[in-house]
Design a protein around this ligand. Structure first.
Ligand code: GLP
Length: 240
């Protein structure tokens, strides 16, 4: 594992965005695994800046997002499809057919999960960006006695719904289910880039990286990955 602790969030953003732009410049048809939440916003901002400065082009890039809420259409401003368009896809030159998210509106969710996994198996990510939930979840793989390897529909924990309620008008509007890549799909990426910010995540990031490997802390399975890069700000890294 490679761990970097940054003095400021902006330094982290610049470093992470450069990892992506360097990869894309070396491999213009790179496959990127992307994430949502508040953590990656600054990284996408820096990637867009690099694109405007003509330092990178996303024309040949393919992306797969980790997850999507069930029941939200892409034009719902709380959907992850909307988020990705707003922060990245509509601001760079990635062709829309190359930017993938699970379809949270699929009539047959099982079939949708299979479709998504078939794409992921065909082209595993060169790099998978991950944030970290307060309970140790990655994507929407929640703590449990067992975890699912492939893409699946998951019932969200109340604590996750509460944590994400800040983006919605009220907690009642937070969906109860999501489609998420499984931990097995995540671990297939060539490199994993885990990004964690803020003092409220200091304990869980320490537990995930140095505690026992357990399905009760899904991010702890990342310890088994041969190429794990962890970027944290000073606050999140204070116990590391
Ligand atoms: C959400 C997402 C995760 C994300 C996590 C942390 O539930 N499904 O992919 O990493 O929460 O979010 P934030 O970065 O806003 O703390």
């Amino acid at each position: 594992m490679e761990l970097k602790i940054f003095e400021t969030s902006e330094q982290l953003d610049v470093y992470a965005a450069e990892l992506f732009t360097k990869l894309i410049n070396e491999k213009p048809n790179a496959v990127l695994g992307l994430a949502t939440g508040s953590t990656p916003i600054g990284i996408y901002e820096k990637m867009v800046e690099s694109y405007h400065q003509k330092k990178v082009s996303f024309k040949g890039v393919t992306t797969y997002n980790l997850d999507e809420y069930v029941g939200l259409t892409p034009d719902n401003d709380q959907s992850y499809a909307y988020y990705m368009n707003k922060h990245l896809f509509s601001r760079v030159d990635i062709p829309s057919g190359q930017a993938h998210l699970p379809n949270g509106m699929a009539e047959d969710p099982e079939a949708e999960c299979k479709r998504y996994d078939a794409m992921l198996n065909e082209r595993p990510a060169d790099i998978q960006l991950l944030g970290l939930g307060h309970n140790g979840h990655i994507g929407f793989n929640e703590p449990d006695d067992k975890l699912t390897a492939g893409t699946h529909v998951v019932k969200l924990k109340e604590e996750t719904r509460e944590a994400n309620a800040r983006f919605f008008a009220s907690i009642d509007e937070v969906p109860r289910e999501a489609v998420t890549m499984g931990v097995g799909s995540i671990l297939k990426a060539n490199t994993i880039l885990l990004v964690v910010r803020g003092s409220d995540k200091a304990r869980i990031v320490k537990e995930a990286l140095t505690g026992p490997i357990t399905t009760q802390v899904p991010a702890s399975l990342l310890q088994t990955h041969p190429r794990l890069i962890v970027l944290v700000d000073r606050e999140a890294g204070r116990f590391l």
